[in-house]
Design a binder for this molecule. Sequence first.
Ligand SMILES: Cc1cc2nc3c(=O)[nH]c(=O)nc-3n(C[C@H](O)[C@H](O)[C@H](O)COP(=O)(O)OP(=O)(O)OC[C@H]3O[C@@H](n4cnc5c(N)ncnc54)[C@H](O)[C@@H]3O)c2cc1C
Length: 404
Amino acid sequence: MADTGTAYDGPAQPDARADGLGEAVDRFVRTRVIPSETVLDAGGKEAAAALARLRTEARAAGLWALPLPAELGGGGLTFRRYAALAEAEGASDHGPAALGSAPLLDVTMLERHGTARVREEYLERLVAGSMRTCYAMTEPDVPGTDPLRTATRAEARADGGWSVSGRKWFTSGAAGADLVTVLARTGGAAGDREGLSLLLVPTASPGFRVVRELPVLGAAGQYEIELDRVRVPADHLLGTGGDALAIAGERLALGRTLRCLRWLGQARRAFDLMAERAATRSGSRGPLAEHQLVQQHVFDSLLALRTTRPLVHEAVALIAAGRDARTEVGLAKVAAARMLQQVTDSAIQVHGAAGLGPDTALPSLFRGGRAARILDGPDELHITSVARRVLRGYGRGHGAATPG
Ligand SMILES: Cc1cc2nc3c(=O)[nH]c(=O)nc-3n(C[C@H](O)[C@H](O)[C@H](O)COP(=O)(O)OP(=O)(O)OC[C@H]3O[C@@H](n4cnc5c(N)ncnc54)[C@H](O)[C@@H]3O)c2cc1C
């Protein structure tokens, strides 16, 4: 059965459906992006040509860069309105790139924390899709969960600029990126909260090198990179310098929430494949759907989807209101990652060997679910930080005010 869509109809996202935008995005992803996934996954020239075609079509359909600022060439949707259709857009990992919303994190970060020159030089190009970026925090030799130990250093130069040296890995999309945001120590010592900064490093700079690709469960897209005394202009420092943790925290809250929305879309896809398979494959005792143990997979998956979605939208609402969303983002991230892993695993089980083979998107959706529990901070990090924050409230006698 072709994997082109969604029969499962979870709760509607009313505002996006009202003007037809939600349906248009859903249709575009199902009929244009998903059928191109095999070519896009393979990379190389054919993938680049397919992506360029999809982008042209998305522009023509009025679906380009929907959450990006209108004055920069985007669709100008508020984050809340975009969140209502991000699930449909993210049903394919290629959706955000094909529809031009992928730079949302960078555009938001540069608008808030970039110098005037940086904003002028990069923002319009980012929204137009004519340049690519990546984000490098994690390093091979120190735990990514402990950024205070970041070993990459940026030394101040006499001309006011910086000289950046270090090694990063699992930097998504580093090959082919024009600009990489690098977390580096500009002051203080390992373990200090102060003295960490984010710098924008043009990848064409001498001393920047992609060391190797790091396939994740066989999939491409992650890289190890090296910076050897790379010169970075003074105006490519984000914020005031030394404030990387605050900027990264803001970026990660938005980024994790966006990922959760996309994981909902991907889990929904796996759910549809599972339900179709259960309903249409028959043995001597009738369709698989008649087996109670298959029904258990369907029920548990639906429950996981439906209980995760409101958590994610709670995080969306707080971020949209500019409020502290750390607890809600932590809950949503852990729930959505587990949910994606659980639903894709069930869908594979119900398919039997076909679920592990090349004819459905299930292997790639499952891979995404497994990685989800590590990237953007592993489950354990979110579990302990949410629990500590909630428990602190009780310790201060504010138990009733904590979420729950
Ligand atoms: C597909 C993929 C894409 C990625 N993309 C990027 C990217 O673009 N840019 C980037 O900078 N990074 C990226 N990463 C890296 C990712 O963010 C890190 O892997 C993650 O933050 C964990 O860091 P680490 O791998 O160094 O694990 P470590 O910090 O070494 O932790 C390893 C394990 O130790 C345990 N642990 C850690 N802390 C705690 C704790 N507080 N309590 C209990 N147990 C704990 C957990 O089991 C954890 O999984 C990506 C990773 C993947 C898999």
